[in-house]
Design a protein around this ligand. Sequence first.
Ligand SMILES: [Zn+2]
Length: 457
Amino acid sequence: LITLIENGLIITMDPERRIIEGGAIVIQDDRILEIGETSRLKATYKASRIINGANQMVLPGLIDAHAHLTEAIHRGCEGDLSLVPWLTRRAWPLGDALTQEDARVAATLCCLEMIKSGTTCFVEPMLYSKRGFNQIARVIEDAGLRGILSRALMGKVGYGLEEKALSRGLKDDWRSVLDEAVDLIEEWEGRAQGRINVWLGPRVTSACTEELGKQASHIAAKYHTGITLHVAECEEDTAHIRAEHGMSPLEFLQKIDLLNKNVLLCHAVWLDTPDIELLAGSQAKVVHCPSSNLKLASGVARISDMLRKGVTIALGCDGAMANGCYDMFREMKLASLLHKGVTRDPLSLTAERALEMATINGARALSMVDTIGSIETGKKADLIMVNLRQPHLAPLINPIANLVYSATGSDVNTVIINGNIIMQDRRVLTLDEDAILKEAQERAEKIMERAGLERRH
Ligand SMILES: [Zn+2]
């Protein structure tokens, strides 16, 4: 099956960062076959599907490297709390009140939002079997997205909290969970035409023990898979690691074998200069979640220092309760503006850098740079098209500045993942939008009741 996108403004994000005006992309099955001038490619290939790219920007699908899918159904339940009370008073009780069916609906709502805002690939850092791992994997399969699903692991409570602070649903024997994670890798890795990968998600640094870290690292290396965990997200977590182990968070991760090329560190807010040095030498990657870090009053990660040291940085929306939405366009803008403001250096995080974090560097952070993250021959056809005929995107002088500073997720018109058209003219072809919105509303209210939380107006 040959699909041809014609007459688009193509932002390739290839090594030369080529931008092609009036360009065409030829897609064969799930891959990009060729990129170039529309007239030449139309004469060369007999396409069975032609997509009109006039007045549209075509760019690689965005990669959300930290997305808690089921939080979508708890949107608005979060209150204005900082991280630890937010966890113990909202996130954990709400997560505990979630049935497997709720989890399925929640993840479907999240997929709908991601597709409608141009996210084609994501990392879910923390899933549990009794909270619907299998159901969620099936949702991803049906929705047509590409995603990494991580099985949550936990050696102890974390954040220096007492055992009783933890909700009942999170208590698990870590050894049996590791076995189960291996079963999930064997069952789901590479399923859905290769769109699903399974990683390990040892929640948070302070919930890791040496044994857990070393075994998780061993499994990741053996199965060629990844590990993602929350690191130094808030001051309490870093302080607790120092008090308990007499070392910094990254020194501790290095000791327990969780600081290497297979590891994606989430947040990394409370790192000092020696930790940033250690990070830079480790090949571990970082996902920056500026909205979440600001909303939960955690602080501002030293991203421009990390970039200067050559650390690979991806971007993440985190979750609906930590951010409010899963819109990577808003995340790109915030990341760029935040670091310009904090460093008072307008070049500390340029528009192009922000777009790299959401595309090619996101792919690098997921160890998927050979398959996604840019529009290049041989890569998977994960593309989005942005409608340029709108007042807030005119005039078009600098397309990347318009994308990062002026566009939002709702400007995305068409989404193609793995060569399949998932959204066309803002209509999602794989999901029933009305039914999902209705069911999410009904279930959200019941979940709040079961969690014993009052509805706020
Ligand atoms: Zn998170």
